[in-house]
Design a protein around this ligand. Structure first.
Ligand SMILES: O=C(O)CCC(=O)C(=O)O
Length: 242
């Protein structure tokens, strides 16, 4: 397998680990529906260490809204001024995750961005319906997003919701700007492009992961429960040289 890169630096080559390999049926499901939940869970020790790093990140960045934290891997402040840590690069490039991503987009992979959608208890913000490609600052859109659940995600604490198959046209639909402090992002996909009644909830236990296509229409409701619903979200692209 080719070496992969993170921010232009070579990372260790990807191990082939059977427990994280996707089946042909799962790969086909990704092509058809635009997302998958593999039969996989991060090792407990990795989840533990992600949660510890998350507590440290929240403490160090108390002035940033935990709903949407861009670039927790940055050690020099990025656009939101976040002071992060390299640990988030290690988590994002966990060999099992790279192995599965390679099955979906090919082996020549670049990790180009990370985000944490923290959705805190009681007042976690809604993420409106959108396509990632509408706001991802990368072209071509040969990229996917991995979701790593740091907490259990249930029907009532603001799960992600996908419109299955909405990625298939491989086109970006019109979005509009919605000014509101109650949203994580303000770009909203115009409602004529999808049927919300077809949405499927992404319910995960902490340590489970999902992969979704960059053209997928998705969003999530607010979290008014007493339970946090945080996700770490690395994005990988293929075949690019930065
Ligand atoms: O975490 C959420 O609820 C939504 C995240 C999302 O929509 C995204 O990654 O583009």
């Amino acid at each position: 397998m080719n070496p992969s890169t993170v921010g232009g630096q070579a990372i260790s080559s990807i191990n082939t680990m059977n427990q994280s390999a996707l089946s042909q049926a799962q790969i086909e499901q990704f092509r058809e529906k635009g997302y998958i939940i593999p039969d996989y869970r991060l090792p407990q020790s990795t989840l533990q260490s992600m949660r510890q790093q998350y507590e440290a990140l929240l403490e160090e960045n108390a002035s940033v809204s935990p709903d949407f934290m861009l670039g927790p891997h940055l050690t020099t402040p990025g656009s939101q001024g976040i002071r992060g840590s390299n640990h988030w690069l290690e988590f994002a490039t966990h060999p099992d995750l790279m192995n599965m991503a390679a099955q979906l987009i090919g082996e020549d992979i670049i990790l180009w961005g990370t985000t944490i959608f923290g959705k805190p208890a009681k007042n976690g913000k809604e993420t409106p319906w959108h396509q990632d490609g509408d706001y991802y600052p990368i072209r071509p859109l040969e990229t996917l997003t991995i979701w790593i659940a740091l907490d259990d995600v249930t029907k009532d604490n603001g799960p992600m919701r996908f419109i299955p198959g909405s990625h298939k046209g491989r086109k970006l639909y019109s979005h509009h700007w919605q000014e509101s402090g109650d949203l994580t992002i303000n770009e909203v996909c115009d409602s004529e492009h999808f049927d919300e009644s077809r949405a499927e909830d992404l319910l995960l236990e902490a340590g489970q992961v999902s992969f979704h296509d960059v053209y997928m229409i998705h969003g999530s409701g607010a979290n008014s429960t007493a339970r946090r619903r945080s996700f770490y979200c690395p994005s990988d692209a293929r075949g690019l040289s930065l």
